[in-house]
Design a protein around this ligand. Structure first.
Ligand code: UDP
Ligand code: MG
Length: 323
């Protein structure tokens, strides 16, 4: 029988775990001919989260858990969950019921029956969310898609089910600074999107402040693009151009009117020119840094979706590039 592993990152979720567990086992009972593994990742919670999870694991053999020594963040929890999951299908879901567990049925259907490699959920609206947060979220998805050339979807979450191939591909990206939404896009495969209404937390508080979200978004863009490194070259070029044009204009004006150019103006122009050259060179250095940055991530050169190749003693599949 096939197994679905449900990975649930939890940080101080004592107020919601009971509702989550009840909802989850209800959904599990509605999907026939498949086993469930419910894998809670306690991300260093300071409340009763771990003891509640332990209790569930004693009464229900499907419940497993991993508990971190301190709070390492949701990205680390997701990675730990994907690594430990034994399922043929793995779904990542929040504990606060903002990700409706009933969608797991549709996700499973999408992969097992329709042949998708992953089914991802997104919110079709942001009702109930603060206007500032909704605005920045929207702006982020637009900007990130433009800069990184990955196709982020407005309202996309970390709520998705993956088949084994997809999970292994995600795990083959070993970088430590993880931005899972980007990694999901980067690995490719056939992905189905399903929408759901925006739901507010059943209890407890969001663990994300606007500041945390901002640095997280920046991490996302920087993790998947070295374009920001060109900005200084671009600024440098503009400065050089402005100072050169102004310089030429002043020289021509000086000659034609036979007047002396003020020395302070000359020193301003020279400073501008030198700063421009420096900025431009910083940008070039940045390009090399960018290459080193991409190399040390050691991402696979490609990820195989399907293959039929000849394997004999002369032709071997290069293990290094196998997912
Ligand atoms: N979470 C986590 N570690 C953290 C922050 C959050 O494991 O450092 C979990 C949290 O328990 C929840 C999920 O990640 O299950 C989403 O967090 P939250 O609901 O606070 O985020 P929001 O829905 O507000 O974006
Ligand atoms: Mg939430």
């Amino acid at each position: 029988m096939e197994t679905i592993t449900v990975v649930v990152p939890c940080y101080n979720e004592e107020d919601v775990l009971k509702s989550f567990y009840n909802e989850m086992i209800k959904v599990a009972s509605e999907i026939e001919n498949v086993d469930f593994e419910i894998l809670f990742i306690d991300d260093g919670s300071k409340d009763k989260t771990l003891s509640i999870i332990k209790n569930y694991s004693m009464i229900d053999s499907r419940v497993k858990y991993i508990s971190f020594s301190r709070n390492f963040g949701k990205e680390a929890a997701i990675y730990a969950g994907l690594k430990a999951a034994i399922g043929d299908y793995v779904v990542i879901i929040d504990a606060d019921l903002q990700h409706p567990p009933r969608l797991i049925k549709d996700m499973y259907y999408g992969i097992a029956k329709e042949g998708y490699d992953s089914v991802a959920a997104y919110r079709k609206d942001r009702t109930g969310e603060s206007k500032i947060r909704a605005f920045f979220s929207r702006a982020f998805f637009k900007l990130a898609s433009k800069i990184t050339k990955l196709e982020f979807r407005e309202g996309e979450e970390d709520y998705r089910m993956m088949n084994r191939k997809f999970v292994d591909a995600v795990l083959s990206i070993k970088e430590k600074n993880r931005f899972t939404k980007g990694i999901f896009q980067w690995v490719g495969f056939n992905v189905k999107w399903i929408e759901h209404e925006n739901i507010n937390r059943v209890a407890g508080n969001s663990k994300w402040s606007i500041f945390k979200l901002f640095t997280y978004s920046l991490d996302g863009i920087i993790g998947f693009s070295t374009v920001p490194l060109i900005i200084s070259s671009f600024l440098g070029l503009i400065l050089c151009l402005i100072s050169t044009i102004l310089g030429i204009y002043l020289i021509i004006k000086g000659i034609s009117t036979n007047s002396v150019i003020s020395s302070s103006l000359i020193s301003i122009l020279v400073t501008l020119l030198i700063s421009g050259v420096q900025l431009f060179l910083f940008g070039i250095l940045g390009q090399y840094l960018g290459k080193v940055y991409l190399e040390i991530k050691e991402r696979p050169l490609y990820i195989i979706k399907d293959q039929k190749i000849l394997v004999n003693k002369d032709i071997e599949i290069n293990e290094e590039f196998k997912v």
